[in-house]
Design a protein around this ligand. Structure first.
Ligand SMILES: Cc1cc2nc3c(=O)[nH]c(=O)nc-3n(C[C@H](O)[C@H](O)[C@H](O)COP(=O)(O)O)c2cc1C
Ligand SMILES: Nc1ncnc2c1ncn2[C@@H]1O[C@H](COP(=O)(O)OP(=O)(O)O)[C@@H](O)[C@H]1O
Length: 318
């Protein structure tokens, strides 16, 4: 897959000359609803023997148009992760467009001309609620009037799972409530984040449970406080592990929230490693123990439960 970064006004030399099917959306999280759009676009591209291009933005439109109640940016996928997922789902060219004031203030006709037609799109595929300007004048219903027959349009219906709309907002709420199991169901894959292993307070090793302290990438959403069954990628290998998102309440008041991960059957120094975390399953809430010994007893039980969880998961897969 080729990734092309466009910053308005982009240079025409950046655009490949081939005609494409173009899937449009912010695709935050690339959840089952987004996957339905990409699948439909993939099928159309194969039918027409054209490459499949997809367009996303580097930042959410709320950076330029702030929404009340939306404070801070907490994405379900970094651009890098989005690109990995897009490639998995068969995208050949990914356009990552900078969402700036200059871009946001283009008239709908200008956006269609410069970011659809000039990208040699023969077919535009997008979800039913896709907009490219103010909703009243720039939704899917208005797209034919701007297209002027220069491309075909495929609108993909709302995707429901168990009768519920699959949406990024719903998935963000699930993660906030520590419900990674439900978030994973709506994502259609296991939620993944990444970060850097940094020093903690060097207490873990004295408890018999060393924990890699992971400083997560900025702007990416970490599940809410709790203990989780996770897998951690160090270098190229995935390791089963148990993670704590919490304030280490046993050891004092008002501590910051940290992400700490004890890796099973592992004994290496990994400070400075860039690692990825796959969030499989919520196990329990954070508990304030009377002393370190009680915490250690709980950690032993957590390890047992989480090993069992992964053993069952492997059994189900085989
Ligand atoms: C699986 C797991 C579960 C944990 N559960 C709790 C908990 O319930 N309460 C708590 O105070 N700390 C909990 N911790 C965090 C430990 O307090 C922390 O890992 C330990 O203090 C080591 O900190 P350090 O890495 O800064 O040395 C947990 C850690 C792990 C890995
Ligand atoms: N099984 C393991 N799980 C996690 N980290 C481990 C493990 N074995 C060794 N380590 C190393 O030990 C470090 C964690 O030890 P710990 O005493 O908790 O110190 P810190 O507070 O600096 O994280 C990790 O960053 C890693 O380099």
């Amino acid at each position: 897959m080729r990734i092309i970064y466009l910053h308005h006004p982009y240079k025409t030399q950046q655009i490949p000359q081939t005609e494409v099917v173009l899937a449009m959306g912010f695709f935050g999280g690339v959840h089952l609803g987004h996957q339905a759009v990409i699948k439909e676009a993939r099928a159309e591209a194969t039918k027409r023997k054209m490459p499949l291009a997809a367009m996303t933005f580097d930042h959410h439109p709320s950076v330029v148009f702030p929404k009340p109640g939306l404070n801070g940016l907490h994405y379900l996928s970094s651009v890098k992760r989005k690109a990995e997922l897009m490639e998995d789902f068969g995208v050949d060219i990914l356009y990552v467009v900078s969402f700036t004031s200059a871009l946001a203030h283009l008239k709908p006709q200008e956006f269609v001309d410069k970011y659809m037609v000039a990208l040699h799109a023969k077919v535009i595929v997008a979800g039913f609620d896709y907009t490219y300007g103010p909703r009243e004048i720039a939704d899917m219903a208005h797209l034919p009037s701007y297209s002027k027959n220069r491309f075909d349009i495929i609108t993909v219906d709302e995707f429901l799972l168990d009768g519920q709309k699959v949406s990024s907002t719903r998935i963000r709420n699930d993660l906030e409530k520590s419900n990674v199991d439900h978030a994973n169901k709506f994502l259609g894959y296991v939620y993944q984040t990444s970060g850097l292993v940094v020093h903690g307070e060097a207490r873990g090793r004295t408890l018999g449970f060393p924990t890699a302290n992971v400083l997560s990438d900025p702007w990416v959403r970490i599940p809410g406080i709790g203990i989780y069954a996770v897998q951690l990628k160090v270098g190229t290998k995935w390791w089963p592990a148990m993670a704590s998102v919490g304030r280490n309440v046993t050891f004092g008041e008002n501590r910051p929230i940290t992400l700490e991960i004890n890796i099973f059957d592992f004994d290496q120094e990994i400070y400075g490693e860039q690692v990825s975390v796959k969030w499989y399953h919520y196990v329990r809430g954070e508990i304030k123990f009377a002393n370190a010994a009680e915490l250690v007893e709980q950690l032993k039980m957590d390890e047992k439960n989480i090993r069992k969880y992964f053993a069952n998961l492997n059994k189900k897969r085989n």
